[in-house]
Design a protein around this ligand. Structure first.
Ligand SMILES: [Zn+2]
Ligand SMILES: [Zn+2]
Length: 236
């Protein structure tokens, strides 16, 4: 009975030390105080389009989005891509900690719930088959499964990667966009194409860097007559 009233501390999702919060206090409560402090949550005011934190209360669009015409209607991200967020993403993506999909996906679902109205479909940024074979899983797809379950919206693979792209770390947004042209295509399934016409789609990815990958995916979806394309990432 006492165990029920005062449950033993749970372990942190990220580092396995005792978590500070109650087990029922949500996903953030399942992190230890140290990990919680090392993650910098992105909170309003945000750029209405890309979700970048804004300095001034009155502004609606950040400097990057002002005057820019794009296909991605809105992005939301959970935390800043600092050293710690980078470590977490690397653990998840490259070092086989697939179970991290659960806490990360749950945090992302909380952020994605801010998209108003909620999307009709959840999809994810695809990996090229050769990359998928090498890694064994697509991190964006694992996250999308959790987001889909939490938001109670169906998950459908709408995009495929038809051309592998080189690592993009040194390019700027414009160069990245050019390099990404022709990298993605819409799923060929005609039934799927009919379904998505005129609807709202949420794309899931792990990190938002310049936004060019998501922008290119959004462009393809809009070509497929999707009405509104939004996205959610863990970090940016
Ligand atoms: Zn921890
Ligand atoms: Zn912006």
């Amino acid at each position: 009975m006492w165990e029920h009233l005062f449950p033993p501390p749970t372990t942190c999702w990220f580092c396995s030390s005792p978590a500070g919060g109650h087990p029922w206090s949500g996903v953030w409560g399942r992190l230890c105080a140290v990990c919680r402090r090392r993650l910098v949550r992105i909170s309003p005011p945000l750029c209405r389009r890309c979700g970048k934190p804004l300095a001034g209360q009155g502004t609606v669009l950040c400097g990057d989005c002002k005057g820019r015409v794009g296909h991605l209607d809105q992005n939301r991200s959970v935390v800043r891509y600092n050293e710690f967020a980078r470590e977490i993403v690397a653990l998840f993506k490259y070092r086989g900690r697939e179970r991290l999909a659960r806490p990360l996906g749950r945090m992302m679902a909380e952020s994605a719930a801010g998209h108003d109205p909620l999307p009709d479909w959840i999809t994810f940024v695809p990996l090229h088959p050769s990359r998928l074979k090498e890694r064994g899983f697509n991190q964006a797809e694992l996250l999308a499964r959790i987001v889909s379950a939490r938001l109670n919206r169906p998950l459908i693979p709408l995009l495929k990667r038809v051309r592998p792209t080189e690592p993009q770390s040194l390019r700027n947004r414009r160069e990245r966009l050019v390099a990404l042209r022709g990298a993605f295509a819409l799923a060929e399934d005609r039934e799927v194409r009919t379904k998505i016409a005129g609807t709202r789609v949420l794309i899931v990815d792990d990190v938002y860097t310049t936004g060019s990958t998501l922008e290119e995916c959004a462009r393809i979806l809009k070509e497929g007559e999707v009405k509104r394309v939004v996205s959610v990432t863990f970090a940016r």
